[in-house]
Design a protein around this ligand. Structure first.
Ligand code: UT7
Length: 332
């Protein structure tokens, strides 16, 4: 029997209200709107200020929006996966917490940590469950409260990140749409360029680790930048070539939003007109696993059934990857 393909059939999102703009950041550290805009392309980012709410709250709000928009009842969902590097706690997983918050009771699920490649790694993972024919409605959410691991005394990292969550519904289809191809890669030798030094089993929390500010994002920006530019562009060009796609065939590039210069390099390598690139980094900054679905959410009105999309990301690990997706619906 023919295998089903996995198709995204809806998108939901949630961004917290508070906006931290470059002017406010310039009063916190020695930086400027001019530096951040020219080097990264970020104007503002949303921050979840509530101390009693974590990334699962953001994820639950996005999933609620998704279920409402798609007319899906929580009890119909048979799997929920959350991509995150900022889970509410080491365990249990955000997937269980979010399911409880939104009333999903007939499902199983888990968290997936692939840094900023969380959405592409996760969407491919979800698609494999769909392709077995056994799972019919999978909710996949990227949820991040990056502000809690951002050091607001470190000017090299604090302008970069924001908080957000976005979710997709993935269902089987026998039409010529959905996930067509993917390339996923990792190289753990890059792990020391972007990571959190303490808090795990290797270097557990202590008074020293707190004093040394080791529970925040540590990044050697230039090393990450160099790798991101070449590796994200390489796989994006490779997936086009092996699927015989020209720039004209592609409706949209949906890139991870870490730095406008990385996005431009990828689009250039693909020979794409800049008008075909989804960019909202100026409004949200880098929201890790939420960037790509947040783009899909904001561009949903402009997407048409059959459109060829290339999703591409690079992140901590190192991890990187790309997905060739044919959009599955016209928004009603
Ligand atoms: O999503 C996960 C993957 N992450 C990424 O893809 C991030 C990749 N890296 C980057 O996007 C860039 O490397 C950064 C945006 C993080 C930094 O940009 P850069 O052009 O690589 O700057 P740099 O680190 O080479 O720093 C250049 C200068 C330095 O000053 P000197 O040594 O030349 O005097 C920094 O101290 O800019 C200085 N600088 C700043 N100045 C004003 C660094 N941060 C700031 C700042 N404001 N916020």
């Amino acid at each position: 029997m023919e295998k089903p393909r996995a198709a995204i059939t809806g998108v939901g999102a949630y961004t917290p209200e508070y906006i931290l703009n470059n002017e406010e950041l310039s009063r916190m550290v020695d930086t400027s709107d001019e530096w951040i805009m020219t080097r990264v392309g970020i104007k503002e980012r949303h921050i979840l200020k509530d101390k009693d709410k974590g990334s699962a709250y953001l994820g639950a709000k996005a999933v609620e929006d998704l279920l409402k928009k798609t007319g899906t009842k929580p009890e119909e969902v048979d799997m929920l996966i959350c991509a995150t590097v900022t889970a509410d706690m080491h365990f249990p997983a955000n997937a269980q917490i979010i399911a409880d918050m939104v009333g999903i009771k007939n499902a199983f699920g888990f968290d997936l940590n692939a840094g900023c490649s969380g959405f592409v790694f996760g969407l491919v993972t979800v698609s494999q469950f769909i392709e077995t024919g056994r799972y019919k409605k999978i909710v996949f959410v990227g949820a991040e409260k990056m502000s809690v691991i951002t050091d607001y005394t470190d000017r090299t990292t604090c302008p970069l990140f924001g908080d957000a969550a976005a979710a997709v519904l993935v269902e089987p289809t026998f039409e010529e749409v959905g996930l067509m191809d993917h390339i996923l890669r990792m190289d753990g030798s890059g792990r020391s360029y972007l990571y959190m030094k303490a808090g795990g089993s290797l270097n557990p929390p202590s008074i020293e680790t707190v004093k040394n500010r080791e529970h925040f994002i540590y990044q050697e920006g230039q090393q990450v930048f160099k790798n991101a530019v070449s590796r994200m562009a390489d796989v994006s060009a490779e997936i086009m070539e092996r699927n015989h796609l020209t720039a004209d065939d592609i409706a949209w590039l949906v890139p991870h939003q870490a730095n406008l210069r990385i996005i431009d390099a990828t689009a250039n390598r693909m020979g794409l007109d800049p008008a075909k690139v989804m960019i909202n980094i100026q409004k949200y900054g880098n929201t890790t696993s939420a960037t790509i679905p947040l783009c899909l959410y904001e561009w949903e009105d402009q997407l048409h059934k059959g459109d060829n999309l290339i999703l591409s990301a690079f992140g901590a690990g190192f991890t990187w990857g790309t997905i060739y997706l044919k959009w599955a619906y016209n928004k009603k």
